[in-house]
Write a protein that binds this ligand. Structure first.
Ligand SMILES: NC(=O)C1=CN([C@@H]2O[C@H](COP(=O)(O)OP(=O)(O)OC[C@H]3O[C@@H](n4cnc5c(N)ncnc54)[C@H](OP(=O)(O)O)[C@@H]3O)[C@@H](O)[C@H]2O)C=CC1
Ligand SMILES: O=CCCC(=O)O
Length: 342
Protein backbone atom coordinates (compact mmCIF):
# COMPACT_ATOMS: atom_id res chain seq x y z
CA UNK A 1 0.00 0.00 0.00
CA UNK A 2 1.54 3.29 -1.03
CA UNK A 3 1.75 6.22 1.36
CA UNK A 4 -1.19 8.48 0.59
CA UNK A 5 -1.94 11.24 3.05
CA UNK A 6 -1.94 11.76 6.75
CA UNK A 7 -5.63 10.83 6.77
CA UNK A 8 -5.11 7.65 4.85
CA UNK A 9 -5.29 4.44 6.84
CA UNK A 10 -2.15 2.45 6.21
CA UNK A 11 -2.89 -1.15 5.48
CA UNK A 12 0.06 -3.51 5.41
CA UNK A 13 0.41 -5.18 2.05
CA UNK A 14 -0.11 -8.63 3.54
CA UNK A 15 -3.60 -7.57 4.57
CA UNK A 16 -4.54 -6.91 0.96
CA UNK A 17 -4.60 -10.43 -0.43
CA UNK A 18 -6.78 -10.95 -3.51
CA UNK A 19 -10.03 -12.62 -2.58
CA UNK A 20 -9.76 -11.48 1.02
CA UNK A 21 -11.10 -7.95 1.31
CA UNK A 22 -9.88 -7.30 4.82
CA UNK A 23 -9.55 -4.02 6.56
CA UNK A 24 -9.74 -3.01 10.20
CA UNK A 25 -12.27 -0.28 9.34
CA UNK A 26 -14.75 -2.89 8.26
CA UNK A 27 -15.55 -3.73 11.85
CA UNK A 28 -17.09 -0.42 12.80
CA UNK A 29 -19.74 0.27 10.16
CA UNK A 30 -23.14 -1.25 10.46
CA UNK A 31 -23.91 -1.22 6.76
CA UNK A 32 -20.52 -2.75 6.02
CA UNK A 33 -20.49 -5.06 8.98
CA UNK A 34 -20.41 -8.13 6.81
CA UNK A 35 -16.77 -7.43 6.08
CA UNK A 36 -14.42 -9.44 8.23
CA UNK A 37 -11.04 -8.21 9.34
CA UNK A 38 -9.27 -11.41 10.09
CA UNK A 39 -5.79 -10.82 8.78
CA UNK A 40 -4.64 -14.38 9.28
CA UNK A 41 -7.34 -16.32 7.49
CA UNK A 42 -9.50 -16.21 4.41
CA UNK A 43 -12.72 -14.21 4.67
CA UNK A 44 -15.64 -16.36 5.65
CA UNK A 45 -18.33 -13.71 5.19
CA UNK A 46 -19.27 -11.89 2.04
CA UNK A 47 -18.74 -8.12 1.85
CA UNK A 48 -21.71 -5.79 1.84
CA UNK A 49 -23.89 -5.42 -1.22
CA UNK A 50 -22.07 -3.37 -3.82
CA UNK A 51 -23.50 -1.74 -6.95
CA UNK A 52 -21.61 -0.78 -10.09
CA UNK A 53 -23.00 1.55 -12.77
CA UNK A 54 -21.17 2.00 -16.08
CA UNK A 55 -19.55 -1.12 -17.49
CA UNK A 56 -17.16 0.35 -20.04
CA UNK A 57 -13.41 -0.06 -20.59
CA UNK A 58 -12.72 0.80 -16.94
CA UNK A 59 -15.93 -0.24 -15.22
CA UNK A 60 -15.79 -3.79 -16.56
CA UNK A 61 -12.40 -4.83 -15.08
CA UNK A 62 -13.07 -2.90 -11.86
CA UNK A 63 -16.36 -4.71 -11.38
CA UNK A 64 -14.71 -7.99 -12.30
CA UNK A 65 -12.10 -7.54 -9.59
CA UNK A 66 -14.84 -6.90 -7.04
CA UNK A 67 -16.58 -10.13 -8.05
CA UNK A 68 -13.33 -12.09 -7.95
CA UNK A 69 -12.74 -10.76 -4.43
CA UNK A 70 -16.05 -12.23 -3.36
CA UNK A 71 -18.25 -9.12 -3.35
CA UNK A 72 -21.98 -9.40 -3.74
CA UNK A 73 -22.13 -7.20 -6.86
CA UNK A 74 -25.10 -5.78 -8.73
CA UNK A 75 -24.44 -4.11 -12.08
CA UNK A 76 -26.15 -1.84 -14.58
CA UNK A 77 -25.06 -0.41 -17.90
CA UNK A 78 -26.94 1.66 -20.48
CA UNK A 79 -26.03 -0.98 -23.06
CA UNK A 80 -27.13 -4.04 -21.16
CA UNK A 81 -25.10 -6.69 -23.02
CA UNK A 82 -21.84 -5.29 -21.63
CA UNK A 83 -23.03 -6.65 -18.26
CA UNK A 84 -23.32 -10.21 -19.59
CA UNK A 85 -19.72 -11.33 -18.87
CA UNK A 86 -20.07 -10.03 -15.30
CA UNK A 87 -23.41 -11.77 -14.87
CA UNK A 88 -21.70 -14.98 -16.00
CA UNK A 89 -19.17 -14.42 -13.23
CA UNK A 90 -21.93 -14.14 -10.65
CA UNK A 91 -23.02 -10.49 -10.70
CA UNK A 92 -26.69 -9.61 -10.28
CA UNK A 93 -28.32 -7.27 -12.77
CA UNK A 94 -30.89 -4.49 -12.23
CA UNK A 95 -32.51 -2.55 -15.00
CA UNK A 96 -31.89 0.99 -13.69
CA UNK A 97 -29.41 2.91 -11.54
CA UNK A 98 -32.29 3.54 -9.11
CA UNK A 99 -32.84 -0.19 -8.61
CA UNK A 100 -29.14 -0.85 -8.15
CA UNK A 101 -28.84 1.90 -5.54
CA UNK A 102 -31.98 0.71 -3.76
CA UNK A 103 -30.62 -2.82 -3.46
CA UNK A 104 -27.05 -1.98 -2.46
CA UNK A 105 -25.21 -0.46 0.50
CA UNK A 106 -22.66 1.30 -1.65
CA UNK A 107 -22.88 2.06 -5.36
CA UNK A 108 -19.95 2.93 -7.63
CA UNK A 109 -20.37 4.83 -10.89
CA UNK A 110 -17.88 4.89 -13.77
CA UNK A 111 -19.41 7.03 -16.49
CA UNK A 112 -18.04 8.71 -19.59
CA UNK A 113 -18.36 12.41 -18.80
CA UNK A 114 -20.18 15.06 -16.74
CA UNK A 115 -23.46 14.70 -18.67
CA UNK A 116 -23.67 10.92 -18.25
CA UNK A 117 -22.45 11.06 -14.64
CA UNK A 118 -25.27 13.50 -13.79
CA UNK A 119 -27.92 11.57 -15.75
CA UNK A 120 -27.07 8.33 -14.02
CA UNK A 121 -26.77 9.94 -10.58
CA UNK A 122 -29.92 12.07 -10.53
CA UNK A 123 -31.72 11.83 -13.87
CA UNK A 124 -34.88 9.82 -14.47
CA UNK A 125 -34.57 6.48 -12.62
CA UNK A 126 -31.16 7.71 -11.49
CA UNK A 127 -29.28 6.41 -8.50
CA UNK A 128 -30.43 9.23 -6.20
CA UNK A 129 -34.01 7.91 -6.37
CA UNK A 130 -32.80 4.68 -4.78
CA UNK A 131 -30.47 6.24 -2.21
CA UNK A 132 -31.17 7.01 1.42
CA UNK A 133 -29.65 7.09 4.91
CA UNK A 134 -27.06 4.37 5.50
CA UNK A 135 -26.11 4.16 1.84
CA UNK A 136 -23.12 5.51 -0.05
CA UNK A 137 -22.47 6.67 -3.62
CA UNK A 138 -18.92 6.68 -4.99
CA UNK A 139 -18.41 8.38 -8.33
CA UNK A 140 -15.17 7.21 -9.93
CA UNK A 141 -15.79 8.93 -13.28
CA UNK A 142 -13.54 11.77 -14.41
CA UNK A 143 -15.65 14.92 -14.15
CA UNK A 144 -15.11 18.53 -13.12
CA UNK A 145 -15.60 19.88 -9.59
CA UNK A 146 -18.91 21.68 -10.24
CA UNK A 147 -20.41 18.47 -11.67
CA UNK A 148 -19.19 16.49 -8.70
CA UNK A 149 -20.65 19.05 -6.28
CA UNK A 150 -24.01 18.86 -8.02
CA UNK A 151 -24.03 15.07 -7.83
CA UNK A 152 -23.01 15.28 -4.18
CA UNK A 153 -25.89 17.64 -3.39
CA UNK A 154 -28.44 15.34 -5.01
CA UNK A 155 -27.10 12.23 -3.29
CA UNK A 156 -26.76 13.87 0.10
CA UNK A 157 -30.25 15.33 -0.07
CA UNK A 158 -31.49 11.73 0.26
CA UNK A 159 -29.54 11.26 3.49
CA UNK A 160 -26.86 9.13 1.82
CA UNK A 161 -23.12 9.82 1.79
CA UNK A 162 -21.04 10.81 -1.24
CA UNK A 163 -17.42 10.30 -2.24
CA UNK A 164 -15.77 11.42 -5.47
CA UNK A 165 -12.98 9.02 -6.36
CA UNK A 166 -11.64 9.43 -9.91
CA UNK A 167 -8.82 7.09 -10.81
CA UNK A 168 -5.36 7.46 -12.26
CA UNK A 169 -4.35 4.42 -14.28
CA UNK A 170 -5.81 2.94 -17.42
CA UNK A 171 -7.25 -0.36 -18.68
CA UNK A 172 -4.32 -2.58 -17.66
CA UNK A 173 -4.00 -1.16 -14.11
CA UNK A 174 -7.78 -1.56 -13.82
CA UNK A 175 -7.46 -5.23 -14.81
CA UNK A 176 -4.55 -5.71 -12.42
CA UNK A 177 -6.21 -3.93 -9.47
CA UNK A 178 -3.49 -1.28 -9.59
CA UNK A 179 -5.49 1.93 -9.87
CA UNK A 180 -4.76 5.08 -7.87
CA UNK A 181 -7.87 6.58 -6.25
CA UNK A 182 -8.07 10.37 -5.85
CA UNK A 183 -10.86 10.75 -3.34
CA UNK A 184 -12.67 13.62 -1.67
CA UNK A 185 -15.92 14.11 0.21
CA UNK A 186 -17.38 12.18 3.11
CA UNK A 187 -14.46 10.87 5.17
CA UNK A 188 -16.67 8.31 6.86
CA UNK A 189 -17.66 6.82 3.52
CA UNK A 190 -14.03 6.91 2.41
CA UNK A 191 -13.07 4.78 5.38
CA UNK A 192 -15.93 2.39 4.86
CA UNK A 193 -15.19 1.78 1.17
CA UNK A 194 -11.41 1.58 1.68
CA UNK A 195 -11.46 -2.25 1.46
CA UNK A 196 -13.25 -2.02 -1.87
CA UNK A 197 -10.84 0.63 -3.18
CA UNK A 198 -8.00 -1.64 -2.12
CA UNK A 199 -9.41 -4.48 -4.20
CA UNK A 200 -9.44 -2.27 -7.30
CA UNK A 201 -6.37 -0.16 -6.64
CA UNK A 202 -2.84 0.01 -5.32
CA UNK A 203 -3.17 3.33 -3.52
CA UNK A 204 -5.67 5.92 -2.46
CA UNK A 205 -5.45 9.58 -1.58
CA UNK A 206 -8.01 11.39 0.56
CA UNK A 207 -7.90 15.03 -0.53
CA UNK A 208 -10.58 16.72 1.58
CA UNK A 209 -13.51 18.68 0.18
CA UNK A 210 -15.55 17.65 -2.86
CA UNK A 211 -13.86 19.00 -5.98
CA UNK A 212 -10.32 18.30 -4.83
CA UNK A 213 -10.31 14.74 -6.21
CA UNK A 214 -11.73 15.96 -9.51
CA UNK A 215 -9.18 18.79 -9.67
CA UNK A 216 -6.26 16.45 -8.94
CA UNK A 217 -7.43 14.08 -11.66
CA UNK A 218 -7.81 16.90 -14.21
CA UNK A 219 -4.36 18.30 -13.45
CA UNK A 220 -2.80 14.84 -13.87
CA UNK A 221 -4.62 14.24 -17.15
CA UNK A 222 -3.81 17.75 -18.39
CA UNK A 223 -0.11 16.91 -17.96
CA UNK A 224 -0.62 13.54 -19.61
CA UNK A 225 -2.42 15.01 -22.62
CA UNK A 226 0.37 17.53 -23.21
CA UNK A 227 3.03 14.84 -22.74
CA UNK A 228 1.43 12.65 -25.38
CA UNK A 229 1.13 15.56 -27.83
CA UNK A 230 4.77 16.47 -27.29
CA UNK A 231 5.89 12.84 -27.65
CA UNK A 232 3.94 12.64 -30.93
CA UNK A 233 5.81 15.68 -32.24
CA UNK A 234 9.10 14.10 -31.26
CA UNK A 235 8.33 10.79 -33.00
CA UNK A 236 7.38 12.53 -36.23
CA UNK A 237 10.27 15.00 -36.16
CA UNK A 238 12.79 12.22 -35.53
CA UNK A 239 11.46 10.32 -38.53
CA UNK A 240 11.47 13.39 -40.80
CA UNK A 241 15.14 14.10 -40.07
CA UNK A 242 16.09 10.53 -40.86
CA UNK A 243 16.28 9.06 -37.37
CA UNK A 244 14.71 5.78 -36.38
CA UNK A 245 11.79 6.59 -34.05
CA UNK A 246 12.26 3.18 -32.40
CA UNK A 247 15.67 4.37 -31.27
CA UNK A 248 14.13 7.60 -30.01
CA UNK A 249 11.75 5.55 -27.83
CA UNK A 250 14.73 3.63 -26.45
CA UNK A 251 16.76 6.80 -25.79
CA UNK A 252 13.80 8.44 -24.04
CA UNK A 253 13.26 5.33 -21.92
CA UNK A 254 16.78 5.58 -20.48
CA UNK A 255 16.76 9.27 -19.60
CA UNK A 256 15.18 11.76 -17.25
CA UNK A 257 11.97 12.06 -19.29
CA UNK A 258 11.36 8.31 -19.25
CA UNK A 259 7.71 7.43 -18.67
CA UNK A 260 5.88 4.10 -18.86
CA UNK A 261 3.42 5.73 -21.25
CA UNK A 262 6.13 6.34 -23.87
CA UNK A 263 7.56 2.83 -23.66
CA UNK A 264 4.12 1.22 -23.75
CA UNK A 265 2.53 3.27 -26.50
CA UNK A 266 5.54 4.37 -28.55
CA UNK A 267 6.08 1.09 -30.46
CA UNK A 268 2.45 0.88 -31.60
CA UNK A 269 2.33 4.60 -32.48
CA UNK A 270 5.30 4.04 -34.81
CA UNK A 271 3.17 1.44 -36.60
CA UNK A 272 0.16 3.79 -36.66
CA UNK A 273 -1.73 1.42 -34.34
CA UNK A 274 -3.83 2.77 -31.50
CA UNK A 275 -5.48 -0.08 -29.55
CA UNK A 276 -7.86 1.69 -27.22
CA UNK A 277 -7.04 1.82 -23.53
CA UNK A 278 -7.96 5.44 -22.92
CA UNK A 279 -10.29 6.77 -25.62
CA UNK A 280 -9.11 9.97 -27.30
CA UNK A 281 -12.52 11.59 -26.79
CA UNK A 282 -12.08 11.24 -23.01
CA UNK A 283 -8.59 12.77 -23.09
CA UNK A 284 -9.98 15.76 -25.00
CA UNK A 285 -12.83 16.00 -22.49
CA UNK A 286 -10.30 16.10 -19.66
CA UNK A 287 -8.26 18.84 -21.35
CA UNK A 288 -11.46 20.82 -21.89
CA UNK A 289 -12.38 20.42 -18.22
CA UNK A 290 -8.83 21.32 -17.15
CA UNK A 291 -9.07 24.50 -19.21
CA UNK A 292 -12.26 25.34 -17.33
CA UNK A 293 -10.54 24.67 -14.03
CA UNK A 294 -7.62 26.91 -14.98
CA UNK A 295 -10.00 29.62 -16.16
CA UNK A 296 -11.77 29.54 -12.78
CA UNK A 297 -8.54 30.62 -11.06
CA UNK A 298 -7.04 32.69 -13.92
CA UNK A 299 -4.11 30.32 -14.34
CA UNK A 300 -2.56 30.37 -17.83
CA UNK A 301 -2.09 26.86 -19.30
CA UNK A 302 -1.04 27.60 -22.89
CA UNK A 303 0.63 24.22 -23.48
CA UNK A 304 -2.51 22.35 -22.48
CA UNK A 305 -4.63 24.73 -24.58
CA UNK A 306 -2.51 23.96 -27.65
CA UNK A 307 -2.66 20.23 -26.94
CA UNK A 308 -6.44 20.46 -26.63
CA UNK A 309 -6.64 21.90 -30.14
CA UNK A 310 -4.69 18.93 -31.45
CA UNK A 311 -7.06 16.45 -29.80
CA UNK A 312 -9.98 18.35 -31.29
CA UNK A 313 -8.44 17.97 -34.75
CA UNK A 314 -7.97 14.24 -34.07
CA UNK A 315 -11.62 13.97 -33.05
CA UNK A 316 -12.72 15.71 -36.21
CA UNK A 317 -10.81 13.03 -38.14
CA UNK A 318 -12.97 10.29 -36.62
CA UNK A 319 -10.41 9.18 -34.03
CA UNK A 320 -12.60 9.70 -30.92
CA UNK A 321 -12.80 6.04 -30.01
CA UNK A 322 -9.16 5.24 -30.78
CA UNK A 323 -6.60 5.39 -28.02
CA UNK A 324 -5.54 8.93 -27.17
CA UNK A 325 -2.10 8.19 -28.65
CA UNK A 326 -3.86 8.56 -32.03
CA UNK A 327 -3.44 12.30 -31.49
CA UNK A 328 -0.24 11.82 -33.52
CA UNK A 329 -2.46 11.48 -36.59
CA UNK A 330 -3.52 15.10 -36.22
CA UNK A 331 0.11 16.14 -36.60
CA UNK A 332 0.65 13.90 -39.59
CA UNK A 333 -2.21 15.65 -41.31
CA UNK A 334 -0.81 19.04 -40.39
CA UNK A 335 2.67 18.24 -41.62
CA UNK A 336 1.50 17.13 -45.06
CA UNK A 337 2.66 19.67 -47.63
CA UNK A 338 3.23 19.91 -51.32
CA UNK A 339 6.70 19.20 -52.73
CA UNK A 340 6.91 22.89 -53.77
CA UNK A 341 6.54 24.15 -50.19
CA UNK A 342 9.65 25.75 -48.74
N1 LIG B 1 -10.01 4.34 -20.14
C1 LIG B 1 -9.11 4.86 -19.30
O1 LIG B 1 -7.89 4.63 -19.41
C2 LIG B 1 -9.55 5.73 -18.17
C3 LIG B 1 -10.77 6.37 -18.15
N2 LIG B 1 -11.09 7.18 -17.09
C4 LIG B 1 -12.37 7.86 -17.03
O2 LIG B 1 -13.33 6.87 -16.66
C5 LIG B 1 -14.59 7.14 -17.26
C6 LIG B 1 -15.01 5.93 -18.08
O3 LIG B 1 -14.01 5.69 -19.02
P1 LIG B 1 -13.98 4.39 -19.95
O4 LIG B 1 -14.45 3.23 -19.20
O5 LIG B 1 -12.66 4.39 -20.58
O6 LIG B 1 -15.05 4.83 -21.03
P2 LIG B 1 -16.05 4.01 -21.92
O7 LIG B 1 -16.39 4.94 -23.01
O8 LIG B 1 -15.54 2.66 -22.23
O9 LIG B 1 -17.31 3.81 -20.95
C7 LIG B 1 -18.18 4.86 -20.69
C8 LIG B 1 -19.34 4.36 -19.86
O10 LIG B 1 -20.27 5.44 -19.72
C9 LIG B 1 -21.55 4.99 -20.18
N3 LIG B 1 -22.31 6.09 -20.72
C10 LIG B 1 -21.91 6.99 -21.66
N4 LIG B 1 -22.89 7.88 -21.89
C11 LIG B 1 -23.92 7.54 -21.10
C12 LIG B 1 -25.20 8.09 -20.87
N5 LIG B 1 -25.63 9.18 -21.52
N6 LIG B 1 -26.00 7.50 -19.97
C13 LIG B 1 -25.58 6.39 -19.31
N7 LIG B 1 -24.39 5.82 -19.48
C14 LIG B 1 -23.55 6.40 -20.36
C15 LIG B 1 -21.25 3.94 -21.22
O11 LIG B 1 -22.37 3.15 -21.44
P3 LIG B 1 -22.54 2.36 -22.85
O12 LIG B 1 -21.76 1.11 -22.71
O13 LIG B 1 -23.99 2.16 -22.98
O14 LIG B 1 -22.00 3.27 -23.93
C16 LIG B 1 -20.10 3.21 -20.54
O15 LIG B 1 -20.57 2.36 -19.53
C17 LIG B 1 -14.38 8.43 -18.06
O16 LIG B 1 -14.78 9.50 -17.27
C18 LIG B 1 -12.89 8.45 -18.32
O17 LIG B 1 -12.42 9.76 -18.53
C19 LIG B 1 -10.27 7.33 -16.00
C20 LIG B 1 -9.06 6.70 -15.96
C21 LIG B 1 -8.58 5.89 -17.06
O1 LIG C 1 -7.88 9.07 -17.37
C1 LIG C 1 -7.11 8.27 -17.88
C2 LIG C 1 -5.79 8.05 -17.32
C3 LIG C 1 -4.99 7.04 -18.03
C4 LIG C 1 -3.74 6.74 -17.25
O2 LIG C 1 -3.59 7.21 -16.10
O3 LIG C 1 -2.92 6.00 -17.79
Amino acid sequence: MAMCSSFCPQIPHHLRCRGTPINPFSLSARTFSSYISNSSSQATEKPARVGFLGIGIMGSPMAQNLIKAGCDLTVWNRTKNKCDPLISLGAKYKSSPEEVAASCDVTFAMLADPRSAMDVAFGKCGAASGMGPGKGYVDVSTVDGPTSKLISEHIKSTGALFLEAPVSGSKKPAEDGQLIFLTAGDKYLYEKVAPLLDIMGKSRFYLGDIGNGAAMKLVVNMIMGSMMASFSEGLLLSEKVGLDPKVLVEVVSQGAISAPMYSTKGPSMIQSLYPTAFPLKHQQKDLRLALGLAESVSQPIPIAAAANELYKVAKSKGLSDEDFSAVIEALKAKSQHSPNDQ
